[in-house]
Design a protein around this ligand. Structure first.
Ligand code: ACO
Length: 153
């Protein structure tokens, strides 16, 4: 079932390098740090299977990308959904797909960092079963704090 009901075709697929412009646009309009094409393409090359986009009629409306924190633990680096497509299940579909990749690659847990004032993302991650493990002081470039969140897969 597509998460966006009225769309002709909606769902997840692997990121392709030609998607980079749209992904950077969604990232930089949704997230507070600044991301370049080069950085995102480097993340893709480091773990291609973890870079997943959600499309609605071929238009990219969200993405997720992770890294391997250890032999058994994945880390979500970036997750963002176009503001016009939030609260429609797009983030959940991206997370479910990311977890499938982790399971296939025998990873046992997943961690991430999120701004302590980012209530929508914290609400989203809690809804997905993540718990706050600790606070990382001055984690971001503007010296804001992060929560370290964690989930067993
Ligand atoms: N407040 C509380 N709970 C929420 C919120 C919110 N604003 N948004 C989602 N949830 C919870 C709800 O339980 C929701 O289910 P419901 O709609 O049936 O109540 C559930 O999460 C699933 O929501 P989705 O619709 O799948 O989430 P969405 O597609 O809106 O994506 C996301 C969530 C990615 C956090 C989106 O809000 C976003 O892009 N925010 C801006 C970017 C951002 O903050 N990204 C995370 C940064 S941290 C990092 O990247 C590691």
């Amino acid at each position: 079932m597509p998460a966006v009901r009225d769309a002709l075709v909606a769902g997840t697929r692997n990121f392709r390098p030609e998607d980079i412009r749209k992904v950077v646009e969604i990232g930089n309009s949704s997230l507070t740090e600044y991301y370049t094409d080069t950085l995102l393409l480097d993340l893709y090359e480091a773990w291609p299977n973890s870079f997943i986009v959600y499309t609605v009629n071929e238009r990219i409306v969200g993405f997720i990308v992770g890294s391997k924190f250890s032999r058994t633990e994945a880390r979500i680096l970036l997750l963002a959904v176009d503001a016009n497509f939030r609260r429609k299940g797009v983030g959940m579909a991206l997370m479910n797909n990311f977890v499938e990749v982790c399971n296939r690659e025998n990873l046992l847990s997943v961690r991430l960092e999120v701004r302590t004032d980012n209530d929508q993302a914290i609400g989203f991650y809690k809804a997905f079963g993540f718990s706050v493990i600790s606070v990382i002081r001055a984690y971001y470039s503007d010296a804001s704090d992060a929560y370290l969140m964690w989930k067993l897969l």
